[in-house]
Structures are given as C-alpha cells and as structure tokens.
Design a protein around this ligand. Structure first.
Ligand SMILES: Nc1ncnc2c1ncn2[C@@H]1O[C@H](COP(=O)(O)OP(=O)(O)O)[C@@H](O)[C@H]1O
Ligand SMILES: [Mg+2]
Ligand SMILES: [Zn+2]
Length: 301
C-alpha cells in the first residue's frame, strides 16, 4: 500500500506545469481565472497559458505564468534564435565585467605601488636608447620580458652607477611593464622606506606590520637609491629583515644605487658593526644581476 501511495505521489510531482487549453486535466485543479488567450505570431494558432502547479498543494494551480510554446517550426526556430542572442548578450556582458574588474585590479596595483604620476611615464617607450645605454636598456627590457623566469629563480637586478644615467627610469620602466600585466610591484626610495618604517612603528603598531608584510611579500620590491642616507641600527635591522625574508622566499628585488659594493657596506654600516650591512649587501649580490651604468649623465648630453 505504501509503495502505491508513493508512486501516485511521484506521478503528480513530475508535472510542474499545465496547459490552460488542456480542459480534461484542468478539471482536477483549482485555479485562478485564465487570462485571455494569445496567438502564435507565426502560424496564428491559439495558444494557452502555462499554469504553475503549487508544489505544496498538488491540486491547485498557483498562477498562469506565461504563454505556452507553439509547436510550429517557425516558433521553435525563433525561440532558439532568441535563446542564442540572449546567451551571446550575457557572454558579452560578463566579458565587459571581467575587463572592468581587471582594470580596477590594475589601477589598485598602481595605487599600491607608490609610483608617482611622473614615474608612470618613465617607460621603455620613453627611454631614448643610445650607444652608451643600449646594453643596460636591453638587460632591463629582457628582465621585464622574461619576468616569469626571473621570478622563478628569485633573481633581481642591481643598477650601479653615477647619477642621471637612467637607473630610476629603467626601474620604473620594469615596474610599469609588470604592473600593467597585473603583477604586484612596490616601489620605494630608500629614504622613504626608512621613513615609513620609523613613522609607522611610532604611530600604529598594526600599520607597521602591514607595511613590513607588503615589502616582504609583493612579487617585486624596488628600492631606489640604496645607501643615499645614513641609517640607524634599528632601520638597518628592519631592512635586513625585509631583504632576508625575500631572499628566503626567493622573491626578487631591484636596487638602484650610486655606490659600489664596498661603498655600500660602509654606508649601511652602523657604528662599528659592519656585519649586518655586509650580510645584507652579500645577500643582494647573490640574488641580483649587476647592471653597471657608469656612463655619462643622460641630461648633460
Ligand atoms: N635614456 C633616457 N631616455 C630618456 N630619459 C632619460 C634617459 N636616461 C635618463 N633619463 C631621464 O633623465 C632623468 C634622470 O634619470 P634617472 O633615471 O633619474 O637617473 P638615475 O636614477 O640614474 O640618477 C630622468 O628624468 C629620466 O627620465
Ligand atoms: Mg635614481
Ligand atoms: Zn505557431
């Protein structure tokens, strides 16, 4: 008996809709007034309404929700066309939304990167190549174009040379080229990096850790003008911590500096203890390809 009941139940629940023109079936239901019939726009056949059966009360029609489909070929063809058009439209819309989301992400990355408006204009395209700088330009370009490989190896760059030779320009060019591909890059002048660390530590604890985290974890960290300023023991330790964390995690760093390796160690050393500075510079040497820019100042040409 039980199973019979169940079967009966299933038979009813299989049907969700009923045609208002199916008068025989309709007799078993309670239903709201049927709206006026409509006609197929292609064959002019009279069409009924689709009645939605109340799922909680199988003998009741909930509402007349739409016109029944016609069974003529033209109707079917047009319905299919409409479905395809709508799918196409939806795809386009999704594509546009994805693009917008991507653009927002890039904008956010640029914002986060600290690169100034001026910095954004320092690209490979705005860099004039001449005989002297051709080699360093090519190396910088190669780095940006083969980022995946360098990232995999954890290899960075260290631009060493006198002022005005385009070190910062090329570092920006690399950053811009990566950011536009959606790769998180943080740019910081050495002086700002020190200031930010100091300030954030004094002000808000949490902020400090967020900053450290950003420097330690972004895909590429650029430190511009390393050694330009003398630094305290505390800042040196923090700098070492950042460089070392990136070293351990094989995350590339790009450095620009006016100082040779020896000079850098000297300038970064605090008091008599040159050990931290030495380890720091030696780490950088290990993971950064050296790019020598000791040619004439670009602006003096
Ligand atoms: N080859 C170049 N083409 C165009 N502009 C250059 C070139 N080299 C340097 N500059 C410009 O000269 C100025 C100094 O260059 P910069 O990259 O700041 O030098 P550095 O960092 O080596 O001191 C910047 O305004 C930079 O955009
Ligand atoms: Mg510079
Ligand atoms: Zn029809």
């Amino acid at each position: 008996m039980m199973s019979d009941d169940n079967n009966e139940d299933k038979k009813v629940t299989k049907e969700f809709f009923i045609d208002s023109q199916d008068t025989e079936k309709l007799e078993n239901y309670q239903y709201p007034p049927i709206p006026e019939a409509e006609y197929c726009p292609y064959c002019n056949k009279k069409l009924g309404w689709k009645g939605l059966i109340n799922p909680f009360d199988k003998n009741r029609i909930f509402s007349w929700c739409s016109i029944m489909d016609c069974d003529c070929e033209e109707y079917k063809k047009n319905k299919e066309l409409k479905r395809l058009r709508e799918a196409e439209e939806k795809k386009k819309q999704e594509e546009a939304e994805r693009k917008l989301a991507y653009q927002r992400r890039i904008e956010k990355l640029f914002e986060q990167s600290n690169i100034s408006k001026r910095g954004m204009r320092r690209t490979f395209e705005s860099f004039n190549v001449n005989k002297e700088n051709e080699k360093v330009y090519t190396m910088a370009r190669k780095y940006a174009d083969n980022w995946e490989k360098y990232k995999e190896e954890g290899t960075g760059l260290i631009f060493i040379g006198r002022y005005g030779t385009g070190k910062t320009h090329l570092a920006f060019a690399i950053a811009n080229s990566l950011l536009i591909q959606g790769i998180p890059v943080i740019y910081e002048t050495f002086i700002n990096l020190m200031e930010k660390l100091k300030e954030s530590y004094n002000n808000e604890h949490l902020n400090y850790y967020e900053i450290i985290k950003l420097y330690c974890e972004c895909d590429l960290l650029i430190i511009d003008d390393l050694g330009k300023e003398r630094l305290s023991e505390w800042v040196l330790e923090k700098l070492f911590q950042i460089v070392n964390t990136r070293y351990e995690n094989m995350l590339p760093i790009i450095i620009t500096t006016n100082y040779t390796e020896k000079e850098l160690v000297k300038r970064l050393s605090y008091g008599n203890d040159g050990k931290t500075a030495e380890s720091l510079v030696s780490r950088l040497n290990e993971i950064c390809l050296e790019i020598d820019t000791n040619f004439q100042d670009y602006r003096k040409k």
